[in-house]
Each structure stands twice: as structure tokens, then as C-alpha cells.
Design a protein around this ligand. Structure first.
Ligand SMILES: NC(=O)c1ccc[n+]([C@@H]2O[C@H](COP(=O)([O-])OP(=O)(O)OC[C@H]3O[C@@H](n4cnc5c(N)ncnc54)[C@H](O)[C@@H]3O)[C@@H](O)[C@H]2O)c1
Length: 247
């Protein structure tokens, strides 16, 4: 992709499946990459040779210090990939605690990281923010209200920030994956006692292409939004869903 080599990239949720796949891809494209995640590095950040910091993105003091540490180590960030998310799936019965848990990370946490990275992009003369929404940010799904509301909100944040930041040369876009075959899928099958092959067939049938996506297919779209190849895109949704929404 054009213009990626040498860029400093920060990915939140960087030890998650899609954050890590994006890191692998952006390292291949020549970027200097930093990852934030809740957990200590399990060795994969070190294997990839990238900067790693354990950060709870819903804690502004931690976020501010970690963003400064990335600036110090790698120079100003010009690509921010907001992939971290707290997953809690509740319907109309959701409690105050459920709403606090999802909004604290998925909306406020995403906003806090962006707030503390934007000055680095301004310093560098521009940048690209890639926010993770989902097909769940477009449609209703039974018992998913807490998750989907935050994924709709991400698309709203993107459109508002695109207006705020265009004058500073910062583009803001949303990536909206369909169902991706990740460890979250495998773990949820195990946790719910479901047969993985049957669940894969059920999920696959929801997509025109007849399968779930692969993390590297999402990472390729992240690289596109991060790069100069998407230079006329801002405030947009890039849907990477194998035809889920078209069905
Ligand atoms: N997997 C899918 O099928 C799918 C589909 C559509 C959209 N998405 C979106 O893609 C993004 C990545 O999902 P994934 O499948 O890689 O999930 P994942 O669970 O593998 O990764 C999410 C990561 O975010 C981290 N995280 C959670 N709370 C945090 C906090 N407070 N501070 C810092 N890190 C925190 C987790 O530790 C985890 O490593 C999410 O925004 C999700 O909504 C995923």
C-alpha cells in the first residue's frame, strides 16, 4: 500500500485476533508498530518486534502516559487503529453495570485514545484513524443490544471526528467486518457447549460468500484505510463482510 513504510502505527486491542493480524500486516508493510492491550504481552508482541504496553483504554491517566511513551519510543503516531472492545451481549434486560462496562471501553476508551493521539498526528502534519465497528453497527441482532449500540456509536464517532479533524489533515474511517473466524468464535462455542463445525456452518450461511472471514482479510482493509491509497476517504464505512449486509 502506498505511503505506509516508515509510519508509526498504534493499535489498541493489539493482542486480540484482529488487532494482532493488523499488526502483522502493517509490520510487513514497513510500519513501526505499537500495541496496547489489557493483558501483559504473551510473547507475540516481542516475537513481532513491536512496542507493547499494557493499558486499560478506559483509564485516561494510563492512556495519556502510554501515548506519551509511544511518542518517546517511536515518534509521533500517524495511524491509529482502534480495535479494542469489551464484548458483552445483552438484550433489553441489560443492567446499569452492563451498559457501563460496554460504553466505558468501546465508546469512552476509544475516544480517550483518539484524544491523546490526535496531537501527535497534528504535530506530524496529518494521519489516519481506523475505528472498528461491525456489521453489528448496521443491523439489529437478538440479544446483542449492548454490543450493537456501541458499534453503531463507533460509526457516529467516525462521522463526527471526520468533520472535526479534516482541517488538520486527519482522516477518520470505520471498518465493519462480518463474522470472522477468530479465537473469540472458537471460545464462545466451547463456553456455550456448541459444536464448532455446526456453528461455523450456521455463521457461514449468513454470508453471500458462504464462509466466515479470515483475520488477514480484515487486516488488508485496515492497511488500505491506513495508507495513502484511501486518501480521498474520510467519514466512511468500509464493509468487509462477505456479503452479510447484502443478504
Ligand atoms: N471477530 C469478529 O468476528 C468481529 C466482527 C466484527 C467486528 N469485530 C470488531 O473487531 C474488533 C476486534 O475484535 P477481535 O475479534 O479481535 O476481538 P478480541 O477479543 O480478540 O480482541 C479485542 C481485544 O481488546 C482488548 N481489550 C478489551 N478491553 C480493553 C481495555 N479496556 N483496554 C485495552 N484493551 C482492551 C482485549 O483484551 C482483546 O485482546 C472489535 O472492535 C470487534 O468489535 C470483530
Amino acid at each position: 500500500m502506498r505511503g505506509l513504510s516508515g509510519r508509526t502505527v498504534l493499535i489498541t486491542g493489539g493482542l486480540g485476533d484482529l488487532g494482532y493480524a493488523s499488526a502483522v500486516r502493517l509490520v510487513e508493510d514497513g510500519c513501526r508498530v505499537a500495541l496496547f492491550d489489557l493483558k501483559p504481552d504473551d510473547g507475540r508482541a516481542a516475537d513481532l518486534g513491536v512496542f507493547y504496553q499494557a493499558v486499560d483504554i478506559s483509564d485516561e491517566a494510563q492512556v495519556e502516559a502510554a501515548c506519551a511513551a509511544v511518542r518517546e519510543a517511536l515518534g509521533p503516531v500517524t495511524v491509529l487503529v482502534n480495535a479494542a472492545a469489551h464484548f458483552r451481549f445483552k438484550g433489553v434486560e441489560a443492567t446499569r453495570d452492563d451498559w457501563d462496562a460496554v460504553t466505558r471501553v468501546n465508546i469512552a476508551g476509544t475516544s480517550l485514545v483518539t484524544k491523546h493521539i490526535v496531537p501527535q498526528m497534528v504535530e506530524a502534519g496529518g494521519g489516519s484513524v481506523v475505528n472498528f465497528s461491525s456489521v453489528s453497527g448496521f443491523v439489529g441482532q437478538a440479544n446483542f443490544a449492548t454490543y450493537n449500540a456501541t458499534k453503531f456509536a463507533i460509526r457516529g464517532l467516525t462521522m463526527c471526528w471526520a468533520q472535526d479533524l479534516a482541517p488538520q489533515g486527519i482522516r477518520v474511517n470505520t471498518i465493519c467486518p462480518g463474522y470472522i473466524y477468530t479465537s473469540a468464535f472458537v471460545n464462545s462455542c466451547k463456553a456455550l457447549g456448541l459444536d464448532e463445525a455446526e456453528e461455523d456452518a450456521r455463521a457461514s450461511a449468513m454470508h453471500l460468500l458462504g464462509r466466515q472471514g479470515r483475520p488477514e482479510e480484515v487486516a488488508a482493509a485496515v492497511a488500505f484505510l491506513a495508507s495513502d491509497d484511501s486518501s480521498f476517504m474520510t467519514g466512511s464505512d468500509l464493509v468487509v463482510d462477505g456479503g452479510y449486509l447484502a443478504k
